[in-house]
Structures are given as C-alpha cells and as structure tokens.
Design a protein around this ligand. Structure first.
Ligand code: ATP
Length: 234
C-alpha cells in the first residue's frame, strides 16, 4: 500500500452570498487544527440544492477574494464558475483529483449538509475522491438516519494522521465552536436598511456597498443591481 505524507487540501464549497466571518473562522480553524496545506473556498456557480443566489457568481468570487486577501492558508478557487449546469460537488472533486492525483483532499461539510448527503448527485462517489471533514457544533448529536449513520460508521477515523497517509475514503468529525452568523441574516439586515458591519470583513462590505448588493429581497431585482454603477461607500 502506498503511504502518502503530503498535507491534505481542505475544500470548502458554498454559495458565499455573501462570505462572512462564520465561513472564514471555520476555514481558518480547520487549516490550523488539522494542519492542512490550505483551505480552498469554492463559490458554487449554480448550487443544485437551494434557490438561486442573489448575486452573480463572479461578484461572489470577488467577495471571497477580498475576504481572504493576505491571509495565509486560505485561497479562492474559481473552477465551478467555468463549468456550465448545476455545480455538482462530485464534478468539482473529480476536477481536483485530476489536478492533484497524489494529494489527500478533505471535503469540508457542516453536519446539516452531511445529514442530507444521500440527496446529493452521485453521493457515494464523493468518499472515493476525498476524505469528508464533518464540522459539528459542540453539543450536537451525529445523525440517526440509518443510511448516513451506517456510512459514517464504515468510514469514520479517529487518528487525523489517516487524513494525510491516505488520499480519500475517511471521515473525520471536528467540533468547532459556532459563530451564529449566516448569509441570510446579512442579506436581511441590508434589505431592511440595517448595518451588517462586524459580521463580515470590511473589504466585503465595501464591495456590497459599491455595487448596492442585497438591497432588494429577490434575486431577480438584485441581479440587475449587479450591473449597477458603483456608487455608495460607507
Ligand atoms: P445562507 O444563509 O444563504 O444559507 P450560509 O451563511 O449558510 O448561507 P453557505 O454559503 O451556504 O452560507 O455555507 C457554506 C458552508 O459554510 C456550509 O458548509 C455551511 O455549513 C458553512 N457555514 C455557514 N455559516 C457558518 C457559520 N456561521 N459557522 C460555521 N460554518 C458555517
């Protein structure tokens, strides 16, 4: 059996509509705790499991890039923007595996996402392409749904060295103290004229203000605001 000793790359997909300090703390905590090579933040162009994002993929990528500028260990990855159709994670992992044939990969998933994994496109292939790094809020119970529980039991590992010595195939559960911030909360604050400052980086807020993002509640109206002339700065 081949033993791999390269640090794994962490992969955090999301809508990032917009990116906020909850995402960023999560990525940084995992980078440091699990000694990852880096954590890639991957904005979904067209997320298959939820309604359309409010803001174009290119602006969401721009916000991610602004949020992580100068931060060691965090990088932005644009590959889902270059792929038409739904942004299936199995396609993203396949693309990473082609780029990094000898590198352990860790797909980062919140417990909610992990619990609904069987609804994902070709979900059983994910673990053949990467490890799964499940983030559990302290005090939360692991899923009791049979299919997910059995899947976890079959793959869970208890020595984080396994994430380094194998390319894929293991599940690691990490307890992270929660930051109760969501993109929904930020969009709601902005659309009702309130100030989301301190929930997200100032550089991201600057982009939001420049392009007047999230001022309306619906994606259709906001799409046109993507094209608005930059104007207002806080
Ligand atoms: P929305 O409110 O629009 O549903 P969100 O804030 O949950 O968005 P996503 O882009 O859907 O953000 O999340 C991407 C990933 O980041 C998911 O795996 C999600 O579980 C995780 N995440 C989101 N918010 C937090 C947070 N506050 N703390 C830790 N992880 C988070």
């Amino acid at each position: 059996m081949t033993i791999y000793t390269q640090k794994p790359i962490g992969l955090l997909g999301g809508t990032f509509d917009p990116i906020h300090h909850g995402h960023l703390r999560l990525a940084l905590e995992l980078y440091e705790r699990l000694e990852l090579a880096e954590v890639r933040l991957i904005p979904a162009a067209s997320p298959p499991h939820r309604e359309s994002p409010m803001v174009s993929a290119s602006l969401r990528l721009q916000m991610v890039q602004a949020a992580i500028q100068g931060v060691t260990g965090l990088t932005a990855d644009a590959r889902e923007l270059h792929r038409p159709g739904p942004s299936y994670m199995v396609d993203t992992l396949t693309s990473f595996r082609q780029d990094y044939p000898q590198r352990p990969l860790c797909l980062i998933l919140g417990l909610d996402a992990f619990t609904s994994l069987p609804s994902w496109h070709q979900w059983e292939r994910l673990i053949t392409l990467a490890h799964l790094l499940i983030v559990r809020r302290i005090g939360t119970l692991l899923p009791e749904i049979h299919q997910v529980r059995d899947f976890l039991a079959a793959h869970q590992c208890y020595d984080s060295a396994d994430l380094t010595t194998q390319l894929a195939g293991r599940i690691w559960v990490e307890d992270i103290p929660p930051l109760t911030i969501s993109a929904t909360q930020i969009r709601d604050l902005i659309s009702t004229g309130r100030n989301p400052r301190y929930l997200l980086p100032a550089t991201v807020l600057e982009i939001i203000n420049t392009y007047q993002l999230y001022r309306q509640k619906t994606a259709l109206e906001s799409k046109s605001s993507d094209l608005a002339t930059p104007s207002h700065l806080d």
